[in-house]
Write a protein that binds this ligand. Structure first.
Ligand SMILES: [Zn+2]
Length: 120
């Protein structure tokens, strides 16, 4: 998949979307973070070592924060997880590299347990 930096628009505002290593986050075990919509040169940072449903959950989560900064963390977390689960069930979250992992794995999906890491 293409993890090169890019500019995205959320409700008409421009954000930089970047994939970063875990060490670049403010807190340990963080999968994503986003600047407040009022910030200059704002960005959304996503962990560069996740994929599949967890990646989709994290991107939706941070985009929801960007769009609705007044919404609380619990609501954002549940909403993003709900959307990612439904969209994944429709077949959209599976990347080529996930398919390879699944083919070589005898049990489960081979994905990281989303609940062991915090999405903030
Ligand atoms: Zn959050």
């Amino acid at each position: 998949m293409d993890r090169s930096p890019r500019q995205i628009k959320i409700l008409g505002r421009a954000w930089h979307l970047r994939f970063v290593s875990g060490g670049e986050f403010q807190m340990e075990k963080q999968l994503g973070e986003c600047d407040h919509p009022s910030a200059r040169n704002k960005s959304i940072r996503i962990a560069n070592d996740i994929d599949g449903e967890l990646l989709m959950d994290t991107v939706i989560h941070e985009m929801t924060h960007a769009a609705f900064p007044m919404i609380g963390e619990d609501w954002v977390e549940q909403f993003a997880t709900d959307v990612a689960r439904v969209v994944t069930s429709l077949g959209y979250a599976r990347m080529e590299d996930d398919k390879e992992k699944a083919e070589h794995s005898s049990s489960g999906t081979g994905t990281v347990d989303a609940k062991t890491q915090d999405v903030v």
